[in-house]
Design a protein around this ligand. Structure first.
Ligand code: PLP
Length: 369
């Protein structure tokens, strides 16, 4: 490859080019300190500066209230599935909304630590749509209500949040973090594995309301899995993922320069609409998720024929449009349109799909859907 491609991967995913270029410029000698960020002590004043700027910029970007802590923790999104129940299940009860593979994984993990009850599920329809949340049987003594707001594999997303009757809302925002404005005060805890929409893999951002950080947690909880330990140490209880924090910080700054999260939402809506409009009018391809709850970030679609799907994936790859193979559980194609994917990339994708469709003999097509 001589040129950069349009990368539609669900994660690790594309990063904004200006961010990569800026990191490249600073790679050998960051800010005149004579070394790269990868070689820098996490206890140094220089890294402190990087860390503080990242935290402050994220606070500004999401307008995070003062009574919420921002943590950068290792173990990606997945370690949150156990860290959340370990720390937040005070009475040993949590209510889970199952809308796809990721919330199901979190629930499976939550069950290990207490009574994790499913209060809504769309598993019976293979998660092609979201469960109805209009009258959730939330338990009186539930410690939290768990949701995954954008199901990366199935391509579904909630437009709004249900009433949790005062229970803290725990949300997995991994695949839609920073894609649109977010009212943080509606939540008890928000987390996101950063490699989907923010930065390099191996880290998660956790935004947690201070009163949910227990001062005297169960002594059996491994030290490293305690929110109070990481909170007291400003995410530096041990050596953090300095490189990821540095790049995430650059992305926060980039997003602020781009006009913040409202500007992102406008762009993301425009991008997703462009692809959905094509899919809705195509005689060959159709979206897999129910229209009413379609994700702006992850768009699974198919022709209904695996041979045609793999041929069009190949055609796209030759045109520099890569990572379009659908998740192995669904097949077909999946285009992830995170913040770093420009509208031009989506237009190039639709042009490629259109030309593929036009070349097919017209008689044989409609029997696929
Ligand atoms: C990818 C993903 C995860 C897991 O993230 P890792 O960083 O790979 O552990 C969790 N939740 C959602 C919604 C995801 O898309």
């Amino acid at each position: 490859m001589e040129h950069r491609v349009y990368n539609f991967s669900a994660g690790p995913a594309a990063l904004p080019l200006p961010v990569l270029e800026s990191a490249q410029k600073e790679l050998l000698n960051f800010g005149g300190c004579g070394m790269s960020v990868m070689e820098l002590s996490h206890r140094s004043k220089t890294f402190r500066g990087i860390y503080n700027a990242a935290v402050e910029d994220l606070r500004t970007l999401m307008d995070i209230p003062e009574n919420y802590r921002i943590l950068f923790l290792q173990g990606g999104g997945t370690l949150r599935f156990s860290m959340v129940p370990l720390n937040l299940m005070v009475q040993g009860k949590a209510d889970y909304i199952l809308s796809g593979a990721w919330s199901e994984k979190a629930w499976e993990e939550g069950r290990k630590f207490g009574s994790a009850q499913v209060i809504a599920s769309s598993r019976d329809i293979q998660f092609t749509d979201l469960p109805d949340l209009s009258s959730l049987p939330i338990r009186e003594d539930a410690d939290y209500v768990y949701i995954c707001e954008n199901e990366t594999i199935h391509g579904t997303a909630y437009a709004g949040l249900p009433d949790t009757k005062g229970k803290p809302f725990v949300s997995d925002q991994s695949s839609m973090f920073l894609s649109k404005p977010c009212k943080v005060s509606d939540y008890g805890l928000i987390f996101a594995g950063v490699q989907k929409n923010v930065g390099p893999a191996g880290m998660a951002v956790v935004i947690i309301r201070e009163d949910l950080i227990r001062k005297d947690p169960d002594p059996a909880i491994p030290t490293y899995l305690r929110y109070d330990v990481h909170s007291r140490a400003d995410s530096m209880y041990n050596t953090p993922n300095c490189w990821s924090i540095y790049l995430c910080g650059k992305v926060f700054r980039y997003l602020l320069d781009q006009g913040g999260l409202s500007a992102m939402e406008t762009r993301n809506r425009e991008k997703a609409k462009f692809l959905y409009d094509y899919l809705d009018s195509s005689r060959l391809f159709h979206g897999i998720a129910q229209r009413s709850h379609r994700s702006l970030m992850n768009i699974p679609f198919t022709s209904g024929f695996s041979l045609l799907d793999s041929r069009v994936i190949q055609r796209c790859r030759e045109a520099g449009l890569v990572e379009l193979t659908g998740h192995r559980s669904l097949g077909g194609l999946r285009a992830s349109l995170y913040n770093a994917m420009p509208l031009e990339g989506v237009k190039a994708l639709v042009a490629c799909l259109e030309s593929f469709e036009k070349e097919l003999p017209q008689e044989g097509i409609s029997c696929g859907s």
